[in-house]
Ligand binder design. Structure first.
Ligand SMILES: Cc1ncc(COP(=O)(O)O)c(C=O)c1O
Length: 398
């Protein structure tokens, strides 16, 4: 078994044939690199698929994954809402035309000024995980509905969200009670099973805990109504992941097992699962060097200009090149800055064509999430990763 219990074989890197977006090729060679080619049509497909596999569950797209206007407009047109992490995202979400009750603020610890602005944008549903935050919220948003975030292990995910936020199960009841004692609506429980979650059954344990908290809370006279199932739905990264139907089936079964046939209201906050597969990041080789017997391929995109999630080699993108077809060999893949942390894949080398040279194109597939908005604004003088819309005239049919 490899990292987080995933079989090592599933984690091996090979350049695989593409099941998703057709790569741009010869004709696009003159387009500037690096850039993200983003297809709103693919966003619509994923929203619809999530609606199909989890009927009755509200979608609150996690804006942080990719706040591009085109993405927000598609989600809004298909009846989704938004998970916002702060005031800027709340404003962007409202600009897509959704009602304020389609918004959730899921950042458990925020500054007062952020909370005030988010509240001014009409947000009334908040996630917290600590007592001081409840006091803060009571002073700013006295009509707030509040979900208490549970900690999860993040096991089975490539990008665990297990350390920074989430209360222990034993504290959740006390915090819900405190929400009510402060005059707010103790609305229920939230959790996140970790991003790029490979295990569709990862929702079972937190749902069992949530059901226990609900039943204890009812004994105290509270009426929790809502469970926020978070994100974690996978994109088509290297190694693959089960299809969304399996997630839908496992989550619906886990809800019934935990709560019986009368489920609470549910919502999900997918980010990567909606926008990941809608983007291809195209970059170019700027140089190739031999160092200590290893081939290093340097690209014009790196950790600081869109590929932050390669840190620790956590997210393994599928990679193709404009030279695919010939013999390949292992190489280290690095970014363009002079910073030594700007190396995407070294521990697990990538198989790339042996004749790859300056100017050849290297594409990172399913890179629509956590890339453009995760770039530095000018480290080493490199610009943040820009977006080019493909299929720009796409309009979803509601
Ligand atoms: C609170 C919260 N909700 C939703 C998401 C989106 O998660 P994912 O991209 O795995 O769907 C995140 C990601 O960091 C998050 O922190």
């Amino acid at each position: 078994m490899g990292l987080f219990g995933i079989p090592a074989a599933m984690k091996s890197r090979t350049s695989s044939p593409l099941a998703t977006l057709p790569p741009s090729n010869g004709a696009d060679r003159d387009l500037p690199t690096p850039r993200l080619d983003l297809d709103p049509g693919r966003v619509a497909d994923r929203v619809r698929e999530l609606q199909r596999v989890l009927p009755g569950t509200a979608i609150r797209y996690a804006v942080k994954a990719n706040p591009h206007r085109a993405v927000l407009d598609v989600v809004a047109a298909l009846g989704g809402g938004f998970d916002v992490a702060g005031a800027t995202e709340a404003a962007a979400a409202r600009a897509s035309g959704v009602d304020s009750d389609a918004l959730i603020h899921s950042n458990p610890v925020s500054s007062r000024s952020q909370l005030e602005q988010v509240h001014e944008h009409g947000v009334r549903l908040f996630v917290v995980d600590s007592a001081p935050e409840i006091v803060k919220l009571a002073g700013i948003a006295p009509e707030a509905r509040v979900l208490i975030r549970l900690i999860t292990s993040g096991a089975g995910s490539d990008w665990p969200l297990s350390r920074k936020f989430g209360c222990a199960p034993d504290d959740a009841l006390m915090l819900l009670k405190s929400v009510a004692d402060h005059g707010l609506d103790a609305a229920g429980i939230a959790f996140h099973v970790g991003s790029q979650q490979h295990n569709p059954h990862a929702w079972e344990e937190p749902l069992t805990i949530a059901a226990q908290v609900f039943s204890d809370a009812r004994r105290l006279g509270l009426e929790p109504s809502t469970v926020d199932l978070g994100g974690g739905f996978p994109a088509d990264h290297e190694g693959g992941a089960p299809p969304l139907q399996e997630y839908g089936r496992a989550i619906r079964a886990a809800l019934t097992k935990a709560f019986g046939r009368r489920h609470p209201d549910t919502l999900i906050e997918p980010g990567r699962g909606i926008v990941g597969d809608a983007g291809v990041l195209e970059s170019a080789v700027i140089g190739v060097a031999n160092r200590g017997g290893r081939r290093w391929v340097y690209l014009d995109v790196g950790v600081y200009s869109g590929l932050v999630e390669t840190l620790g080699e956590a997210i393994r993108y599928r990679i193709t090149t404009s030279k695919d077809g010939g013999p390949t060999g292992p190489c280290v893949v690095a970014g363009p800055t002079c910073d030594s942390a700007d190396v995407m894949y070294e521990r697990t080398p990538v198989e790339l064509p042996l004749d790859l040279a300056e100017g050849d194109l290297v594409r990172f597939h399913s890179a629509g999430a956590y890339t453009t908005c995760y770039s530095t604004v000018g480290f080493n003088g490199f610009d943040p990763l820009p977006t080019r819309l493909v299929n720009a005239e796409f309009r979803p049919q509601p």
